[in-house]
Every structure is written in C-alpha cells, then in structure tokens.
Write a protein that binds this ligand. Sequence first.
Ligand SMILES: Nc1ncnc2c1ncn2[C@@H]1O[C@H](COP(=O)(O)OP(=O)(O)OP(=O)(O)O)[C@@H](O)[C@H]1O
Ligand SMILES: [Mg+2]
Length: 389
Amino acid sequence: MSFQTSTGKIIKDQEKLSFDYVPEELPNREDQIQNLFGLFRGIVSSNISQNVLLYGPVGTGKTATAKRFCMDFEDWAKEKGKTIDYAFVNCRRRKKDSSVMWKVVHHFDKGFPDRGFSTEEMMEVIKGKIEERNLHLIIVLDEVDYLIQKSGSDLIYLLSRFDEERLTPKGNVSLLLVSQKNAFQLLEESARSSFKRSNRVKFPKYTNDELFPILQQRVDIALYSGSIDEEKIRLLSDISGKGGDGGGDARFGIELLEKTCLIAEMDGRNEVSSEDVRAAKAEVNPHITESKLRDLKDQEKLVLLAATRALKNTTYTTTGDIEEIYKVVCEEKDNKKLGHTQFWNYLQSLSDQGILNTRTFADGSGRTTKVSLSDITAEKLEKKIESLI
Ligand SMILES: Nc1ncnc2c1ncn2[C@@H]1O[C@H](COP(=O)(O)OP(=O)(O)OP(=O)(O)O)[C@@H](O)[C@H]1O
Ligand SMILES: [Mg+2]
C-alpha cells in the first residue's frame, strides 16, 4: 500500500504547530507571566508557598503560560541556588484524587505502582522525595474544574495545606490551578480560604491584533520562508479572533494555519492563497478541534465512533443504540469491550467535553437519555475519528 503524503513544500517543522509545543516566547502574555513571577518569587527568597489560579476562556494560553512559566522559573531559581521542580497534571484525564496523586508521585518515581496506595500514603511518599532532594515543588493542576466536579475540593484542600503542621509559613509545595471557569466558585469554602483573592491571574480572549504576532511567530518557526504573506496571516487572525467559542482562541488560529498550509501543499503549491484560508475555515471546527479529539482515550474514541455511526441518519439516538454499535466497533477494531458502566462513563465524559450532547427525556416507562451532535456532521466526525484510531 502507498500512503498519500503531502508534498511538504510549506511546512518545515510540523511539531512546532502541535499543541504540546511550548514556544520560548508567548506574545501578549508578558503581563501574566510577570504577574506569576511576582507571586512565586517568594519561594526562592524565603521559601513561602503560593496557591494561584489561572483562569480564562478556551485557547487563551493558560496551559502554555503555566508550562513556560514553570520551565523559566526553574531556570531562574537554579541561578539563585534554589531547586524548583514542577509536576504537571491534566485533570480532564485524571479526575480522581488518587489518579492525580499518582501522576505526581510518578514524576519522581517512574516505577511507582498504579494501585494499592491511598492518596494520603502517596502524599507521604511525595513529602519524602521533596525532603530528600530539598526542593520546592509546584504542582500544576490543569483543567482543574474536572477534578473538582468529579471529586470535590478535598485534594486541593490537602495540597494547599501540605506544610500545615509547621508553625512557620515556610513550605515546600505550591499549587497552580488552571481552569476555564473561575474554579474558586467551585471550591468549598475550606479549600477556597487557602487562596488569596489577589492570587488569580486572568487570561482574557485575544483580540484580532493580539493573535497576529502569535500566528506570525508560528509561521516564522514552522514554515519555509515566503510560503505565506502578511495579508493571509492577518486574515487568519481575523477569523480566529471572531471564531471559536466566542473568539479570541489561539488554538483555533494555529489549527487553521496548519490546515491552510496542508490544503495548499496537497494542491502541490509552495505558497498559501486566500482561498486556502477560506477553505480551511470551512474545514476546521472551532468547537470540535482535532487536538480535543486526539486527546481522547482510546476507548472514548471507540465510543464516539459508535455514536457518529448511530447518528448518521437520525437526529437523536439512544444510549442503547450506541452501545450496540459500540460492540460491533470493538470487534471491528479488535479491541476489548467495556462493561456497561464504563461505557456510560465515557459517553458522559464526551458530553462533558462538549463533543456530544446528551438530554434526558421523561416518558411513560421512565427516563431515557438521548444523544445528539450539533457542531459537525456525523459523517465528517466519523472520518476524523477513524483516522485517529
Ligand atoms: N501568547 C501565545 N503565544 C504563542 N502561542 C500561544 C499563545 N497563547 C496560546 N498559544 C498557543 O495556542 C494553543 C492554545 O493555547 P493553550 O493550550 O495554552 O490554551 P488554554 O488557555 O490552555 O486553552 P484551554 O482552556 O482549552 O485548555 C497552544 O498551541 C499554545 O501554544
Ligand atoms: Mg489548557
């Protein structure tokens, strides 16, 4: 079999367009980074712990800023003779306390068993590691609202008072919470009281003009020079400034840039045209981005694939119908089938992430949950998922 590959005359380094890539500089997030530095510098001068929340809408650079800040702060502290380390946990993938703690322990000990230890026991292991290495640990809980909604505030409470038994305000663990929602409102009072009001850093939506240098930067590092001119970058900024969930979303902008380049490459050209930008706009869905789909767990992808097949010829489908198709999908893909409860959890998670819509109807025999899809055709989504499995 032969694969159809793009001719590659435009994209020089695709990795630099991926969402995991964190650029050295983050245009228009200098204030947020400086703000974070102001809050955290006390760790180095006097070992004072901080609990901070970063919040703002989709694609406003929260995750990228948290990562960039931790990397740069680690380097800065090192020059001052202080060891800082950070553990990054995505709570959309880890919604349970024990699973979050495991990720933090795993940061220190790659061979740590993934079951058999309680949250408190893992906390003790982390304490030991911190003391052994005499470091200050920043725990980043990204998309923390998923954790709070699923498991409550207990873990955040515990972590924010990690060093409680000491009488001095000194400490070895700081918390950096990241969320689209103002996670403070979700926290129980006891946990919330560990956060000062001033320890919140807001990430507003990007304006069209702010998106321009962000996209220009990606063009400079990821594309061959001369493959896209300023006008087209401007057009991409304008589209992503108003598209997405209310606009101002850099992720949407970067995905649009990549798609634009791929369309031109597939056509054998080495320069992007405005028609490519418009064609890309028609392809890229601001709500259901490829990165979101790529991030799904394998079983979630199979459940979603089943749902798209069930929805191709109907507006609403039932969870029972999806489950039947899911069984077939598992056989087709040679995958183990989940039990009913887990299947249901994955379906719920797809709905929580805004990919599918679920709605409960009351009828004579009780309540049934119906599933629908509104942001993309079932056929397109099916193809996308197929390509990711
Ligand atoms: N100021 C910036 N400069 C360069 N790239 C940026 C900037 N802001 C965001 N990006 C890029 O845009 C994409 C989305 O950013 P990021 O993942 O940080 O958003 P987010 O606020 O965490 O969104 P979400 O709420 O969906 O998690 C990433 O690829 C990121 O590198
Ligand atoms: Mg993020």
